[in-house]
Design a binder for this molecule. Structure first.
Ligand SMILES: NC(=O)c1ccc[n+]([C@@H]2O[C@H](COP(=O)([O-])OP(=O)(O)OC[C@H]3O[C@@H](n4cnc5c(N)ncnc54)[C@H](OP(=O)(O)O)[C@@H]3O)[C@@H](O)[C@H]2O)c1
Length: 354
C-alpha cells in the first residue's frame, strides 16, 4: 500500500506539495495504532506553519526539515499495535492537538507534542498515533464534522468551562466568524448564555443569527467603537466572557466592555501579534481595577475534549462546515488560500477519503 501526504518547507501555499510514498504502511509499535485519515480541518495555525510564521519560541520556526502540516483529523483505526486495549480495528477516532496533554492545565513540555508542528501532521492518508492521543468519534457526527473539533471547539470549550464556567444568563462576546468564535457561540447558547458576535461582514452576521441563534450582532467595521455598543446592550455592565481572538486591535476594547469580575480569554491574534502603537495598554492595571481574569488559553486536554463531546452530543451541536475540498494539490492550495482570505464562516475541511 502507499501513502500520499502533503509537505511544506514553511515557504508558503504555492510550494505545498503532495508526495507519494510506495513503501509499506508503518506498523504500529507497542501502544500505537495506525489510522486511515478520512477528513482534515484547517486552522489559522496551519496557515502560519505553511507560511513559516508559527512559533512559540523567539526566533522563528524550530525545525528546518519539511513537515506534513495540519493537526485536526477524523478517521478510522486500521491496525492496532501490541499492548493497546482501548481501541480495535474499525473504531472511528479524532486526534487531539497536543498528544501529551491528557488532562489538567497545559504544561510547557506538552508544546513539543503539537500535531502539524513540531510533530508530523495529518494532511496525509495514514498516520500512526499513540493510542492515548485519540478520542472516540461520536456516531452522530460525520468525519467532516468531527475533524473540525480538536483545535477550535476544544479551545472555546476550555475558555468557557475552565476558570470561570459560563452560566445561564451570562453575556458572552465572540469576535469574528472563524472556528473558535462560532464554536464559542454554540457552547454559550447551549449553556443558556446570551451572545454578542462581531464580524466585518453583514452577510456573516446574518448567518450567525439565523444558523446559530446568536442574540446580538455588531459589524466591527461600521461600528468601530463596538465596545461602547456592547456596554449599551448590557446596560453599562459589560459582558461576562470574551473570547479574545483579535489581539492587537481588539484587546483594549475588550477591557473596556468586560464586566467587573469577568474573564477575557486570550486565544488569538488575527489582527496582529505585535503591540499596537495606537493603543498602548497596561494589562496589569486594566485587569486589576475591574477584578478581571485575563487567562491565556492553549487548547485543552483530552479530558476537556471528552467532556465537550458529551455536552455536544447531548445538545446536538454540530460544528459549522463552510467548505469542503478534495485531497489534491489544486484543492488543498485553494483551501489554504480561502483560509487566508478570511472569507470563510466556520471551518474549511479537506476530504482525504471521498
Ligand atoms: N490559543 C489556542 O489554543 C488557539 C486555538 C485556536 C485558534 N487560536 C487562534 O485564534 C485565532 C482565531 O482562530 P480561528 O481558527 O477561529 O481563525 P479563523 O477561522 O481563521 O477565523 C478568524 C476570523 O477572525 C475575524 N478577523 C479577521 N481579521 C480580523 C481583525 N483584524 N479584527 C477582528 N476580527 C478579525 C474574521 O471573521 P469575520 O470575517 O467574521 O470578521 C475571521 O474569519 C487565531 O489567531 C488562532 O491562531 C488559538
Amino acid at each position: 500500500m502507499s501513502n500520499i501526504q502533503f509537505r511544506t518547507n514553511f515557504d508558503g501555499i504555492p510550494h505545498l506539495r503532495s508526495e507519494h510514498t510506495q513503501t509499506p504502511l508503518p506498523e504500529p509499535c507497542h501502544g500505537q495504532v495506525l489510522v486511515k485519515i478520512h477528513s482534515v480541518s484547517l486552522n489559522y495555525r496551519d496557515l502560519e506553519v505553511v507560511e513559516g510564521r508559527y512559533s512559540h519560541h523567539k526566533g522563528g520556526m524550530h525545525t528546518d526539515h519539511p513537515i506534513c502540516p495540519c493537526s485536526d483529523m477524523s478517521g478510522e483505526i486500521v491496525d492496532v499495535g501490541p499492548g493497546v486495549t482501548e481501541w480495535k480495528q474499525g473504531d472511528h477516532v479524532i486526534s487531539i492537538f497536543l498528544q501529551a496533554h491528557q488532562s489538567g492545565q497545559v504544561k510547557q513540555p506538552f508544546m513539543a507534542t503539537g500535531m502539524g508542528y513540531p510533530l508530523e501532521g495529518v494532511l496525509q492518508q495514514y498516520r500512526v498515533f499513540p493510542a492515548s492521543a485519540l478520542v472516540r468519534k461520536p456516531a452522530y457526527l460525520s468525519h467532516q464534522e468531527a475533524a473540525c473539533l480538536p483545535i477550535s471547539s476544544v479551545t472555546a470549550w476550555t475558555a468557557l468551562t475552565g476558570l470561570q464556567q459560563v452560566r445561564a444568563g451570562d453575556w458572552v462576546l465572540l469576535q469574528g466568524t472563524g472556528g473558535v468564535s462560532l464554536a464559542g457561540a454554540q457552547i454559550a447558547k447551549a449553556a443558556g448564555a446570551r451572545t454578542i458576535l462581531l464580524s466585518g461582514s453583514d452577510a456573516k452576521l446574518e448567518r450567525a443569527k439565523k444558523e446559530l441563534g446568536v442574540d446580538v450582532t455588531i459589524n466591527h467595521k461600521t461600528t468601530e467603537n463596538w465596545d461602547e455598543k456592547v456596554l449599551e446592550i448590557t446596560n453599562g455592565v459589560g459582558v461576562d466572557h470574551i473570547l479574545e481572538v483579535g489581539g492587537k486591535t481588539t484587546l483594549l476594547k475588550s477591557f473596556n466592555c468586560i464586566a467587573f469580575g469577568g474573564q477575557i480569554s486570550a486565544i488569538g491574534y488575527v489582527s496582529g501579534k505585535e503591540p499596537d502603537p495606537q493603543t498602548p495598554i497596561n494589562v496589569n492595571v486594566l485587569a486589576l481595577i475591574r477584578n478581571v481574569t485575563f487567562k491565556g488559553i492553549l487548547n485543552g486536554g483530552k479530558d476537556k475534549f471528552e467532556d465537550m463531546l458529551k455536552a455536544f452530543e447531548a445538545n446536538g451541536i454540530r460544528p459549522v462546515v463552510d467548505k469542503r475540498l478534495k485531497f489534491g494539490e489544486g484543492d488543498v492550495k485553494e483551501a489554504f488560500e480561502y483560509l487566508k482570505s478570511g472569507g470563510h464562516f466556520g471551518k474549511i475541511v479537506i476530504d482525504v477519503v471521498v
